[in-house]
Design a protein around this ligand. Structure first.
Ligand code: HEM
Length: 418
């Protein structure tokens, strides 16, 4: 038996049969990547062990020479001005960098972001009204998180389109598009250096200004943290809204249930994250000493990927894992990771998801898919899982016609008809 293909449009469209095969037959296994091999961990229990293991480091300096030469980091080339951020850091730098950002996520700022997410969503939905068909990715899922993360960091309006262009190449392009990703990274590096410099001369009421004022963060750490927040806080939320809405539209009974009981929305979003989450694999980890997980010994420096999508469909933890069942009880999913690097933006991502998805369902209750799901195309990324487009029909006319008919015939809600 050999490992099923882990790349290409068929895998991107539906990676779950391959993950199922791996969980059963090779739960911790070596997979080939451009330029090196990596360990892939697919079972839930092993995934938790790897995500929380004290001897698995995150610092790219700990990666083997083959891994370092293969250019697979965040950013790919490990340049210090963008790579010295918390996801690439271990003790003692990791808690210091993480605390600086958590401290800036004040309750006041989070409350402000909730209001802002709602206001932005209302504007985006108003712009959709009256159209037959819209693309939920371009018209809602992209503009909302980009505006929120840019607000948070204090990126001027005029620069947002440029930033979005570079960030989306870095996040969702295929790993093989090295030249294109390199150009986008160069552009983003210059952009962030200018942004940080401008915060020193023109401070604002934003997170970056707060970080710039701190004495305990180096210039490289500052630009790297801005880079991480821009990248991590952007396409992930796009994919939550896109993958999540696709799952819901493919399950009409669940769609009807959440419409009837809007209070269940947080459970629905949680199941969206488990069922088809935005992050395919957690970021790189490297043993600092020989470590055995799932019966396999991993040697110092060998790169490890934890397949979050595979772990979140592990039948040992999630009964009937391929069913979309909001309100599950039991172990939490791993869509936001686990352990010291657990997503720092999880609360913000949920706020954005609730604003976008809740308002969409309220404003356009007759929404349907406009393209058969098998014709949708997925990002070829090794890290992320998300859709290029999600065309939907708003069906406002159908609703209006039904209302008109009900008025004319006297048959409608409250008319006593069955
Ligand atoms: C649905 C949306 C999101 C998902 C699914 C997601 C997922 C993740 C995952 C899986 C990790 C852990 C990676 C690992 O251990 O290798 C992570 C870490 C992180 N995320 Fe998110 N994320 C989302 C949204 C956000 C947002 C909105 C922000 C920023 C505002 C953000 C910022 C971060 C940061 C800074 C880390 C690194 C934490 C650390 O190293 O201590 N994420 N995220």
């Amino acid at each position: 038996m050999s490992i099923p293909p882990m790349y290409g449009p068929a895998f991107d469209a539906d990676p779950y049969p391959a993950y199922d095969w791996l969980r059963r037959n090779a739960p911790v296994t070596r997979i080939p990547l451009p330029g090196c091999e990596a360990w892939l961990v697919t079972r839930y229990e092993d995934a938790v062990t790897a995500l929380t293991h004290p001897s698995l480091a995150k610092d790219p300096e700990r990666g083997s020479p083959e891994w370092r030469a293969a250019s697979l980091g965040l950013p790919l080339d490990h340049r210090p001005s963008l790579a010295r951020h918390m996801i690439n850091a271990d003790q003692p730098d990791h808690p210091r960098l993480r605390r600086l950002v958590s401290a800036a996520f004040t309750p006041r700022r989070i409350a402000g972001l909730r209001e802002r997410a709602q206001e932005l969503t209302d504007g985006l939905l108003a712009a959709m009204a009256g159209k037959d068909e819209v693309d939920l990715i371009a018209d809602l899922a992209y503009p909302l998180p980009i505006a929120i993360i840019c607000d948070l960091l204090g990126v001027p309006e005029a620069d947002r389109a440029t930033f979005h262009r570079h960030a989306s190449v870095i996040d969702s392009a295929a790993a093989s598009e090295v030249e294109e990703i390199g150009k986008a990274t160069d552009a983003l590096e210059l952009f962030l250096a200018d942004l940080v410099a401008s915060k020193r001369t023109h401070p604002g009421d934003d997170l970056l200004t707060e970080l710039v004022r701190r004495p305990d963060i180096t210039p490289d750490e500052l630009t790297s943290t801005a880079f991480l927040l821009l990248i991590a806080g952007h396409e992930t939320t796009v994919a939550l809204i896109g993958n999540g809405m696709l799952a819901l539209l493919r399950h009409p009974e669940q769609l009807a249930a959440v419409r009837a009981d809007p209070e269940s929305l947080p459970d629905v979003i949680d199941e969206m994250l488990r069922y088809d989450g935005p992050v395919r694999n957690a970021t790189w980890r490297f043993p600092t000493e020989p470590v055995t997980i799932g019966g396999q010994e991993m040697l110092p420096g060998e790169p490890i990927l934890v397949a979050l999508l595979a772990a979140n469909r592990d039948p040992a933890v999630f009964p009937d894992p391929d069913a979309f069942t909001p309100g599950r009880i039991g172990e939490p999913h791993l869509a936001f990771g686990r352990g010291p690097h657990y997503c720092i933006g999880a609360a913000l991502a949920k706020i954005e998801g609730e604003a976008a998805i809740g308002s969409l369902l309220r404003r356009f209750p007759d929404l349907t898919l406009a393209t058969p799901p098998e014709e949708l195309t997925w990002w070829p990324s090794a890290i992320m899982r998300g859709l290029f487009t999600l065309p939907v029909r708003l069906n406002e006319t159908a609703k209006e016609t039904a209302k008109e008919t009900a008025k004319e015939t006297g048959l409608g809600p409250g008319s006593g008809s069955p």
